[in-house]
Design a protein. Structure first.
Lengths: 347, 256
């Protein structure tokens, strides 16, 4: 095996960023109506220039579609993919379990309960569109985490990862039954709840992009801050403690950051499965398990994967659109089996 | 160096370690011995802060519960028998984690020194040729040496070992004990280790602590403690006669 660099190098950031940027352009170009790359780039550049100069770019139909509809959607998808993949990598490292994901912890299910309650009962914050759903999802994600950690602590002082996963799985089942109960009594809201539960970012707006970007910048920075500690956890919690990691503090910080990121993503895009589970495995095959390299790689590759999944969702049966969660689960399930077999063979 | 006083570990209503006290000085290799269920590994777990306990564990006069995790790691390194790595880290990546306690926060100062310590640890444990190999491909002995190298890279004055050669063949057993024996003789260093093999304890230890059913039975120079007088009542058998019998069987086989 060749020597692996300890950190992600500048040129590697460049390569991953370039691939992500190209994917953004491709996904914005393609759709029910395909727009040439030059026109797409020019429309985006005009809109960006307009932001700084205050001069509105010349309006064409294609430019409007690109700037007002496709770009915010593609950016929201990219940020959601990056966030969910980053959370998956963090949780898999923290719990030393390659099958762990934010959904295993019960955080996604908790956020979903909050969002479904909000949609069913029409919680809203005056003047802020969808803020009620978002706040409700975040609050329930946090409360779920507090409940899971509290129960785990009652059972096991050391908050061992096995206990957290076990309680998380039990909580996931409980949260799913609560969601089903709410759906049963949701009346006319059933259709919008079901569509939301399958995951969709089709109506994403720039305000969603801003919220996703800010949450990724803030909570993602917390996870990146603990990259080295996640390496120690990925080898074993006892080993992490022995080399000097403050295991309780790191565990709380990473889990809170993950629950906040997942809460935001779930409230905006619904439950999108498999991204957080599969992408860390794929990225690990490219850059290795060292989290100082894995976290940047998985952030970019998660964004690329979800953008491509969204492209398939809106073009494969055009003009009909599939929920993005269907595509990620379909591709993810096959991809995961493939990765699992290759990893086992590679041992 | 290390001072443990009135250490008690309880799991629910069950007391696994009951008021154990001892201290360790530089140059000492303390062997903690006793039959299964004596509480030996629980003493190690309590010292390494992996289980809740009452009593005091102090290093250099400071209660380690008042110290930061990184400072504790600079005082002692812990090598256990339970390692199962799930991801394909390289040997070098695992060993480098031993320098975590010396990394300086967000800007990661102190990394220049890390390379030297990592190289030294890999050389001492004979792992230089495997440094870029995935730990998933290592044998049990190589994996145990990898974690020993991590502890050596940590460069603490005290090593705490919980049956470090359990499940290893005689070659690796000898290699690891010889290596630690050389390490403890260099500078102001000490070792506390749990061992089942009383012959190994007598050969390498300077002092011994005999435990039975969570309690300290005897503590003192290794030759005094690992003697028929102390050992036989605890193990409920004539240990020396059994060892001699085993050896004589082996000699007869060898001669045949």
């Amino acid at each position: 095996m060749k020597k692996r660099a300890e950190r992600f190098k500048l040129y590697e950031y460049g390569i991953f960023a370039a691939v992500t940027a190209v994917t953004v352009i491709v996904c914005v170009c393609l759709g029910s109506v395909s727009v040439p790359v030059s026109e797409t780039v020019s429309a985006i550049a005009g809109a960006v220039r307009g932001l700084f100069t205050g001069v509105a770019p010349p309006e064409t139909t294609n430019a409007s579609v690109i700037v007002a509809v496709r770009l915010p959607r593609v950016l929201a998808v990219a940020l959601t993919g990056a966030s969910l993949s980053l959370c998956g990598a963090a949780v898999q490292g923290l719990l030393r379990n390659p099958l762990a994901d934010a959904s295993n912890l019960g955080v996604s299910s908790g956020a979903a309960v909050g969002a479904v309650l909000s949609i069913a009962f029409g919680f809203s914050i005056p003047g802020l569109f969808q803020a009620g759903t978002m706040m409700s999802a975040m609050v329930f994600a946090f409360l779920s985490l507090v409940l899971i950690l509290g129960l785990s602590y009652r059972l096991d002082y050391s908050l061992s990862t096995n206990t957290i996963i076990l309680i998380g799985l039990i909580y996931t089942m409980f949260a799913s039954s609560v969601t089903s109960l709410v759906v049963t009594f949701a009346g006319s809201k059933v259709q919008s709840i079901v569509f939301w539960m399958m995951g969709s970012l089709s109506g994403a707006k720039y305000r969603d992009v801003v919220v996703l970007a800010v949450s990724l910048a803030v909570f993602g920075a917390v996870i990146f801050r603990y990259a080295r500690e996640l390496n120690a956890f990925a080898i074993g919690e006892d080993n992490a403690r022995n080399v000097g990691v403050n295991v309780e503090r790191v565990k709380y910080a990473v889990l809170i950051a993950v629950s906040a990121l997942v809460g935001v993503c779930v409230s905006i895009g619904g439950s999108i499965g498999f991204v957080g589970l599969v992408m860390p495995h794929a990225a690990r095959m490219i850059v290795g398990p060292n989290h100082r390299r894995l976290l940047p790689a998985v952030t970019f590759s998660g964004a690329v994967f979800l953008m491509l999944a969204d492209l398939v969702a809106r073009t494969v049966l055009s003009p009909r659109e599939l929920p993005i969660g269907v595509v990620t689960s379909f591709v993810g399930a096959f991809g995961f089996v493939l990765i699992f077999y290759q990893t086992r063979k590679g041992r | 160096m290390l001072s443990v006083s009135n250490l008690t570990v309880r799991f629910g209503d069950y007391t696994v370690v009951d008021g154990v006290s001892f201290s360790v000085s530089p140059g000492e290799w303390l062997m903690i011995v006793g039959p299964n269920g004596a509480g030996k590994s629980s003493v190690i777990s309590a010292i390494s802060q992996a289980v809740p306990y009452t009593g005091t564990v102090a290093f250099g006069g400071r209660d380690i519960r008042t110290m930061k995790a990184k400072d504790v790691a600079k005082c002692f390194g812990v090598l256990t028998q339970r390692y199962a790595v799930g991801y394909s880290f390289t040997v070098e990546e695992v060993v480098r984690l031993g320098r975590y306690a010396y990394s300086g926060g967000f800007f990661r100062r102190g990394e220049e020194d890390a390379e030297r310590h990592v190289d030294d640890a890999l050389r001492l444990t004979g792992l230089e040729a495997l440094r870029h190999q995935s730990v998933l491909t290592l044998s049990g002995g190589e994996l145990q040496r990898t974690f020993l190298a991590q502890v050596l890279a940590q460069d603490p004055p005290l090593l705490i070992l919980d049956e470090p050669t359990n499940h290893l063949d005689l070659v690796y057993q000898k290699q690891i004990f010889e290596l630690i024996s050389r390490w403890v003789r260099e500078g102001e260093r000490a070792v506390v280790s749990v061992v089942h093999d009383l012959s190994l304890a007598r050969k390498y230890g300077t002092t011994a602590l005999l435990m039975h059913k969570g309690r300290l039975v005897a503590h003192g120079p290794v030759d005094d403690i690992i003697s028929s007088e102390h050992i036989n009542p605890v193990y409920s058998m004539d240990v020396r006669a059994w060892m001699v019998d085993l050896l004589s069987q082996w000699r007869e086989g060898d001669e045949a």
